[in-house]
Design a protein around this ligand. Sequence first.
Ligand code: HPA
Length: 274
Amino acid sequence: MEEQDPYELAAEAAKVLAEATGVENHDVVLVLGSGWAAAADGLGDVVADVGLDELPGFPAPTVLGHRNLARSLKVGEKSVLVLGGRAHLYEGHSAATAVHGVRTAIAAGCETVILTNAAGGLNPAWQDGQPVLISDQLNLTGTSPMVGPAPSVGLPVHFVDLTEAYSSRLRDIAKEVDPSLPEGIYAGLLGGAFETPAEVRMFQLLGANLVGMSTVLEAIAARHLGAEVLGISLVTNAAAGISEVELDHEDVLTVAAESGPRIMALLREILERL
Ligand code: HPA
């Protein structure tokens, strides 16, 4: 069976989303990383909740710390779509499935994409619970959402410029909210296991400051379709070899939960300024 064109599938999902939420156009999408789910509560006035599995092309999230929910919020004048779960490569999903949420949101009108994640910190000075603005990325997954047949007619071609993968304008807005926010380069890996200390030393040599298992493909897909991207990592642990303890997904979620109020306030104030 031939696979459905991913852009057509995103357009279909955007149509179902508009019908299910009663919101014709969303302005901003917020993709919540591991442990960020609680940050969606209290961000704005809830307009509608839709199960992600009701939308075409969305697999149900399997990873603890993710929610099976798309939530439409009103924050000031803006309609904000919050995606409570994301599909990762390490769950066995394709790059196209991993970026389907972002493509759907852009088909639904979003011109701003906020990607959040939990990450290991490569800067020993960062405490657990430190939010970091992503300034650039290393896509070390070995794949890309731009692999495959040429995008459908009417869409930009394969070769997307990634000079400004993460918008400096949006980072400036985030820094107006919290001038103490550091910036870092995010290395995105296939994942499924945490890294070895030798790998972490290699990523340091490559200039990375953060390491994680998501985000990089979504940023590429968003830039391809012309959206502006803000990326925020929550450092939930020092990376392997820097951390004095073994890494554990439960600890990642605990740190994220403890940081909930801070990251919720940060996101709310950023959303209000967009
Ligand atoms: N490595 C990769 N992904 C992560 C980490 C890490 O140390 N912490 C949270 N997500």
